[in-house]
Design a protein around this ligand. Sequence first.
Ligand code: BGC
Length: 398
Amino acid sequence: MKKKLLGALLSVAMVASLLAGCSGSAPAADDANATQAEAPVSDSAEAEAPAPAADGSKIGISMPTQSLERWNRDGAYLDEQFRAAGYETVLTYSDNDAGKQVNDIQNMLADGVNLLVVAAIDGEALNTVMDEAAEAGVPVIAYDRLIMNDAVSYYVSFDNYTVGTLQGQFVVDQLDLDNAGDKVYNIEFTAGDPADNNAGYFYQGAVDVLQPYIDAGTLNVVSGQTDFDSVATAQWSTDTALERAQNILSSYYADGTQLDVWVCSNDSTALGVAQAITSDYAGSNTVLITGQDGDEANLKNVVDGIQTMTVYKNVSNESIVTLALAQAMLNGEEIGESLIPSFGIDCAFDTESYETSAGHKCPSFLLVPSVITKDNLQELVDTGLYTMDDDGYLHAVQ
Ligand code: BGC
């Protein structure tokens, strides 16, 4: 008990400097209005005795939803990693409801967590609760999606802009656009949730690669829908992406116009677009469809030739980097590029790219995404995180 109290006091002292994270000073707290949310998915405090190395520290892990495949993996990996390192954990999923996520985090603070790992549903909606975390001396790692509040200490993600450039470059290479001559390829876009700070990075990365070909007339956006708001998909919903794709197909392609490419920012939206093409597209050519994540249903579509590629992000590695960073933070170590060798994972320390709403740069550890097609599925099996069945379909291990 004494050790736990000492640990808590030390943690409070150590995190004081960390709270400066994205800004120069911790913002004032708002009304701390902790409410009771439903029981967390996992509270390992009772499940396992923490190893002494972690000083009894408790980690709050707040994930957005279980309805999108990857977050189940992220939650499970993070929970597993932190527990294996001797921490207690509280893991919640907030059903894509930003208000519920605030409540869930407030409950974690009331529960005495020493550090928060948060994948935000809405990067702008956590201001009050982030201020409350700062007031309580609890440092925050923005996980995968940047939280736009200055109280966030660090950001761990993949290089989101590169995810988009990989999709764009894949289209360029696959269609050999540099040697297209007079040929014109028809293309459409589907982007992600405007509330998710990542969505703009993915889309911009793809557009930056493809815009010169659109300007040259080699790529033609038949619907004319290219601004982010027109192509965005609230909550990354498969059904919303499906519906918009059906509308576009009936409005612009029902006359037999050939569709060549549909750039989708991620797998949940690619699933909806692929479904619309399967059911509503009049043409018989294969439409090149991009994605991101390596969700099981999409990998099946890749094997079946319905989706052409996905940008893979190894979220197990993302959780390993998050754990190592959290340990360094709680141990009062210096945080920066020098930590990277201890991660054993390829990533960059970036202090320029990610800004909070107030314009402060959030120090970020960014992992490296890669392209997966039906030709290199074995790479996923080699991670140990997927198995391949006799029909060549992949299944996530966790
Ligand atoms: C993640 C993507 C994911 C999307 C929807 C983004 O923030 O970076 O990997 O596909 O959310 O879940």
